[in-house]
Design a protein around this ligand. Structure first.
Ligand code: G
Ligand code: G
Ligand code: MN
Ligand code: NA
Length: 251
């Protein structure tokens, strides 16, 4: 793989950056969080995460790349908190990162060093992490939750029909996958989205709908009890500077 060879040098060549996509309370238009999304600028083009994250996971490069992502995101969080801007940041975590205590140590060290309030750190893990992840991975998640960090289930509804894992640990939030809303209202009646919202509400966990592009989708979700929205309707992923501007306007 030529791309894999290039990926090895991406960090030292400063080709990686984080963008931040606002998450908004549709009742007030206030920002309630942001998701850090990794970008790789290589030879004048942007390579999408869907192409390089799997490579990074297979090659273990996800460990240094993941460390970079956590460090960048927590630096931004510290910068915000030093300005008394208390907006949580959500960070995507791959299962490979949870096989070691490294991630726990890194996050704990950053919390102490930067004096970050851990409840503003949210880790997004997919259902597959919890289902296929071995006991070590679950144990690391438990330790992180004990630190005060929050955990969300990303791409909810995509992977597994088993819901038994919902009982296994104390997660904070579900991220409703874009699949369940993207074709609403033309080709999707929204029944599955409604059901997942009901599930979240009865479990008393937060739910954020991803990939909302249209007002009609936002309105529908609101009537069904989901007011936390992430999607192009409010904003695309933004550079750190633009996200800060967004936050200042929103609060
Ligand atoms: O940014 P984009 O919208 O194209 O993201 C596509 C997918 O890439 C996301 O669903 C997410 O799972 C993954 N992704 C983005 N940034 C990161 C990251 O920093 N770490 C990991 N592990 N995955 C990421
Ligand atoms: O982690 P996850 O795979 O859920 O990442 C979210 C992905 O969805 C990112 O790649 C992000 O760029 C993308 N995204 C966010 N909002 C929208 C949207 O409104 N429409 C579409 N098509 N994609 C979105
Ligand atoms: Mn995510
Ligand atoms: Na994801």
């Amino acid at each position: 793989y030529i791309l894999l060879k290039e990926l090895r040098y991406a960090l030292e060549r400063n080709e990686m950056t984080l963008n931040y996509q606002p998450q908004v309370d549709s009742r007030t238009s206030e920002i309630i969080g942001m998701e850090a999304l990794l970008r790789w600028h290589h030879n004048g083009e942007q390579i999408p995460p869907d192409r390089f994250i799997p490579l990074a996971e297979e090659s273990r490069l996800i460990i240094p790349i993941g460390e970079f992502v956590i460090d960048e995101a927590l630096c931004f969080l510290r910068e915000l908190q030093s300005k008394d801007i208390m907006v949580p940041v959500a960070i995507n975590i791959s299962v490979e990162q949870l096989k070691f205590e490294l991630i726990y140590k890194q996050i704990k060290r950053s919390i102490e060093r930067y004096a970050i309030d851990p409840k503003y750190i949210e880790l997004e893990v997919t259902e597959s992490v919890i289902i296929t992840g071995r006991e070590e991975a679950i144990a690391v998640i438990d330790k992180l939750i004990e630190l005060g960090v929050r955990v969300s289930i990303d791409d909810f509804g995509m992977g597994y029909s088993s819901l038994s894992y919902l009982k296994r640990f104390k997660f904070h939030r579900i991220k409703l996958d874009r699949l369940f809303i993207k074709d609403f209202p033309e080709k999707d009646n929204g029944h599955i989205a409604s059901l997942i919202i009901q599930l979240a509400n009865s479990l008393e966990v937060e739910i954020v709908a991803e990939g909302i592009e249209k007002e009609v989708q936002k309105e529908f979700l609101l009537t069904r009890g989901c007011n936390f929205i992430q999607g192009y309707y409010y904003s695309k992923p933004l550079s750190k500077e633009s996200c800060l501007e967004y936050i200042k306007k929103s609060l």
